[in-house]
Each structure stands twice: as structure tokens, then as C-alpha cells.
Design a binder for this molecule. Structure first.
Ligand SMILES: NC(=O)c1ccc[n+]([C@@H]2O[C@H](COP(=O)([O-])OP(=O)(O)OC[C@H]3O[C@@H](n4cnc5c(N)ncnc54)[C@H](OP(=O)(O)O)[C@@H]3O)[C@@H](O)[C@H]2O)c1
Length: 343
């Protein structure tokens, strides 16, 4: 990765956020083994100094604020690759990607916002391609497990046959204030019909995969359709790489619940929030309740786990890929994001 014209291989922007600090800790333990020159960046000097002080590598700090384009350019101009952990990305991300593509800096993030992925593609893809740069969204629990599990699953099926892939996620994890703020913003945008996403053409032979709530016999549990970014990413991977996935593939993703009561406990709060989120007083109430910078404690994260079950079918043949890990949204995301940047 190293390039002598840039001072750093990686700048971690948003390092002082809840997830950003966990990513910084992962870099602290692992970047040196990969001979990576890295530093941390953000808008708050005191927080950055205190974080750097806590870390073994005592990384340099860069002050940069998304409201100050010149500070972003000074940051991206010094690095080969930027890891962006400052979200909601719909609010803070656009200027950061723009600065990266203008300053020859690869860009990675952990967004789960379909509309942000859409804007990255429509606004910056051409210039990034011209400057031979990568913009890689969704390098966290959104969407690496889904994308990777699907890729592994389709390799076990005949390439030329139409395939149906269903992916099931089980987890007991909880969320950070930043993630919930992002989700509230996404629900609000959706309620205003303002949620563009990359539409992937459906092949005429692709099998139909039901996207509704159902009891699934393969996993012996209830399956709730997940309106997340993963299906867009998985379908796009398949569409762009037909040599690996075949032409006709359909995909559905579901959250697993063991009883109907748990289904209700999961979907009712989301349904109510989706209705009320169009009102400013309700959004303000939620934003006060789920504060940025906060998140599950280390003990709670150590108790969290996830399992991904991916089932692929082609012409009566059924194959399965299963993998599991610890706390998906934070501990595992810090690992997935950092390892993506190391590549
Ligand atoms: N895909 C996944 O699996 C996954 C997992 C975890 C998180 N995420 C996403 O990652 C994002 C961050 O989550 P989080 O829980 O870490 O949120 P957070 O704790 O609120 O952190 C937000 C970060 O953004 C920074 N920031 C805010 N405004 C800024 C500005 N004007 N200029 C520069 N930096 C600014 C904050 O800086 P200060 O510290 O100075 O306030 C902080 O570092 C969210 O969008 C979340 O959805 C995704």
C-alpha cells in the first residue's frame, strides 16, 4: 500500500465517535504488523489528543471538520486511503468523498444508508474511475457478511442455472446512538419518499423470492424481511460479476425471530416509529434519547453475537453457508472495516 508521496497510508476520520474509537483500537493493535502508517482525524482537538494518548502507537492527529472544505482537503491530501467513521453519512459524508476523489485518496466507509451509496455512485464514480481511485461503501456489518456469504454460497451452485439466495441473520446485539440517529434519519427520508437507491435490473429468468414475513422451515423460525442496504450491495455484486454469480440470481434477506411474539416485539416499534418520524417533535425526542457518541458497554458488546445463514437454491439443489461472530455492529465492524482498508 505504501506510497512515498503521501505521509500516511490510512487516515481514520471520525475517530472520536463511538465506533471510531473501536476502529482506532483495532488499528492500534494491527496496523503495525501490516507496516501501515496511520493517524486519527476529527473535529475536536481535545478528544483526538486524549484518544491518541490512550493508544499504544500514539498516532498523529489531524483536525478536520466536514463544514470546512479546506480542512478536509488538507487531510485527504496527506493520505493514500481514508476510513470514514463520521456518520450519519447522508449528513456528513458527501464533502468527505468529494475531497477524497479530488485529492487522490481512496475512500472507505461503514455506511448502511442506501441513499448515500446512491449519491456516491452518481456523483463521484466517474471522477474516481478517472483518477484510479476506489470508493468502497458498506465495509462493516452492513454489508460484508451478506455479500461474502452470498458469494461463498453461489460458488457451490452451477454457474449457469438461475439461483435463489435467502440470507437469514440472528443477533442479540444493541445499537449505538450514532447508528440509531442514522436509522431515524433514514426512516424520515423514507417517509418523505426521499430515499433513492441503485436499482439493479432483474434478469427475466431469476426465480421469485418472497420478501414477506413468513415461517421458514429451513431455519425453523420466523423470518422478517430486512429493509437494509445489504440487498442492494449483494445484487450489485452479482450484477457486476456474472462470471462468478451467473446471470439470473434473486436475493432476499431476513431477520430471524424464534417466536411470533418476538416478531411483534421487533416490528411494532419500527412500524410506530415509521409513522411518527415525520413529526419533528418525535424526531427530536428520539435524537435526545439516542445520543451520538454513546453505545453498548464493553460487557454488553462481549455478550453480543451474530449468525448468518445463507441458503442458495438452483434447480432443486440446495446449499448452505453459515458463519458467526461476536458483536456485529461495533467489535466485528471495527475489524471488518480495518481489514478492508489494509487490502
Ligand atoms: N455498517 C455498520 O455495520 C455500522 C456499524 C457501526 C456504525 N455504523 C455507522 O457509523 C456511523 C457512526 O456511528 P457512531 O455510533 O460511531 O456515531 P457517533 O458516536 O455519533 O460518531 C459520529 C462521529 O462523527 C463525527 N462528526 C460529527 N459531525 C462532524 C463534523 N461536522 N465534522 C467532523 N466530524 C464530525 C463525530 O465527531 P465528535 O466526536 O467530535 O462529535 C464522531 O466522531 C453511523 O452512521 C452509523 O450508522 C455503521
Amino acid at each position: 500500500m505504501q506510497n512515498s508521496t503521501k505521509k500516511y497510508d490510512i487516515v481514520l476520520f471520525g475517530a472520536t465517535g463511538f465506533t471510531g474509537q473501536l476502529i482506532a483500537e483495532y488499528l492500534d493493535k494491527n496496523a503495525d504488523k501490516e507496516h501501515i502508517r496511520w493517524c486519527i482525524a476529527g473535529r475536536n482537538e481535545d478528544k483526538l489528543k486524549s484518544l491518541s494518548h490512550k493508544l499504544h502507537a500514539k498516532p498523529d492527529i489531524i483536525l478536520a471538520d466536514v463544514t470546512d472544505t479546506s480542512s478536509l482537503d488538507a487531510m485527504t491530501g496527506q493520505s493514500l486511503c481514508l476510513m470514514n467513521a463520521a456518520g450519519p453519512y447522508d449528513w456528513y459524508g458527501g464533502k468527505v468523498v468529494e475531497s477524497c476523489v479530488h485529492n487522490h485518496c481512496h475512500y472507505l466507509d461503514i455506511t448502511g444508508e442506501p441513499s448515500f451509496v446512491y449519491h456516491c455512485f452518481t456523483d463521484f464514480h466517474d471522477l474516481a474511475e478517472k483518477n484510479q481511485l476506489c470508493i468502497v461503501n458498506c465495509c462493516g456489518f452492513d454489508s460484508i457478511p451478506a455479500d461474502y456469504a452470498t458469494w461463498l454460497t453461489v460458488q457451490k451452485l452451477p454457474k449457469d442455472l438461475p439461483k435463489a439466495v435467502r440470507l437469514f441473520i440472528r443477533t442479540n446485539a444493541t445499537f449505538s446512538g450514532g447508528t440509531l440517529t442514522t436509522a431515524i434519519n433514514a426512516l424520515h427520508q423514507q417517509s418523505r419518499g426521499n430515499m433513492p437507491y441503485l436499482k439493479i435490473p432483474r434478469h427475466k429468468d431469476a426465480p421469485k423470492v418472497s420478501k414477506s414475513l413468513h415461517f421458514n422451515k429451513d431455519i425453523d423460525a420466523w423470518a422478517i424481511p430486512m429493509p437494509v442496504v445489504d440487498p442492494h450491495i449483494v445484487k450489485r455484486s452479482a450484477w457486476r460479476m456474472p462470471d462468478y454469480y451467473g446471470q439470473a440470481i434473486s436475493y432476499g434477506q431476513f431477520f430471524v425471530r424464534s417466536s411470533f411474539l418476538k416478531v411483534l416485539k421487533t416490528i411494532l416499534p419500527i412500524a410506530i416509529a415509521s409513522l411518527l418520524v415525520r413529526f419533528g417533535w418525535f424526531r427530536n425526542y428520539l435524537l435526545r434519547k439516542f445520543r451520538p457518541g454513546q453505545g453498548p458497554s464493553e460487557k454488553r458488546r462481549n455478550e453480543s453475537k451474530f449468525e448468518v445463514i445463507c441458503i442458495g437454491e438452483a434447480d432443486g439443489q440446495k446449499v448452505k453457508t453459515v458463519f458467526s461472530g461476536g458483536d456485529p455492529g461495533y467489535n466485528e465492524t471495527a475489524k471488518m472495516f480495518s481489514e478492508s482498508a489494509f487490502v
